[in-house]
Ligand binder design. Sequence first.
Ligand SMILES: O=C(O)C(=O)C[C@]1(C(=O)O)C=C[C@@H](O)C=C1
Length: 376
Amino acid sequence: MATLEELRGQLDVVDDQIVKLYEERMKICEQVGEYKVEAGRKVFDRVREKEKLQNVASKVSSDFDKKGIQELYQQLMSMSRKLQYQQLVKAGALGRLPFIEIDSLGVEKARVVFQGMEGAYGQAAMKTYFGEDCNSYSVRTFRDAMEAIEEGAADYAVLPIENSTAGAVNEVYDLLVEFENYIVGEVIIPITHTLAGLPGAQLSELKRVYSKAEALMQTTRFLEEHSDWQQISVANTAIAAKKILDDQDRTQAAVCSAYAAKVYGLEVLEDNINDESGNCTRFIIVTNQKVFLKGAKKISICFEVPHESGSLYHLLSHFIYNDLNMSKIESRPIEGRSWEYRFFVDFEGNLEEPGVKNALRGLREESRSLKILGNY
Ligand SMILES: O=C(O)C(=O)C[C@]1(C(=O)O)C=C[C@@H](O)C=C1
């Protein structure tokens, strides 16, 4: 029997041949790339790749090797695609209207819309980003805010996208797909909920608590101690606070900010009732222009993946290959197509960077309906 050293020697000989052949193959792929740039052809040829995988599998005998050679060829073809995307990007073939880089958002003159009403967390986020005295107004729903931006009734909308305890704000993710609006900024604000009731009201007399669904979720532990209280969800924490004032019913309370309690003349019956002390919400700043600020560091995109095994894996490989750091991935069901999903990815980068351009080029060709939601 051969020794380990001898066997490794034999492997080295075979590997040298594989490496040489790999280089040779990539050189041919580069020429194919030149042809594709010239002819305006797509890089990804699904039919050719499928045929190739069947062909190589037919040339080996065991099932184990069939699977192995197919995996190897998937990787090989994925590398040739990546090379060809680089060639396309170098040739300036980016496709679609580009985003325009700007120096500032002109926040001083901006008209800003937030969802909810006086006292809403959205208003606090807006003031943090645009300043105490910004020109603003509120609308009832997230959709209304998106519409106001699309129509140009407002320059910017401030919308919650993610809470550190309750997770994603699904509706806002879906609206980002539906509307031609783009993210240009973000702001994170601490969310400290209180239980607020009519002045003089006692915890022992309470029967009903109103708040936004997410706020009720973020205060579950406190509310579970009072399981006899009925929990009622309304559109916004400030709406809940206003309802307590309007109804003048001592058995009702709201989960809202101390600011909202003050605005509506309520008394804080219990302060800081959050499950988690560091509870905060990330708000996005949305506009109808395809712009990004100079020095923007984060990109949000969404795309659909073909319903095939390994498709998400291959799409995510574009981030790894281009050294891009993914900071978040979220999925949402696609309307009208049961059990199919749209993925939302945030990653670090600027649309001007070559690695980002390469990755986006690859993702655009290999996914369905890629949308760049913003660079901020
Ligand atoms: O045949 C082509 O069009 C190629 O670019 C080569 C190749 C491959 O590596 O075999 C690469 C990408 C295509 O999706 C299909 C095949």
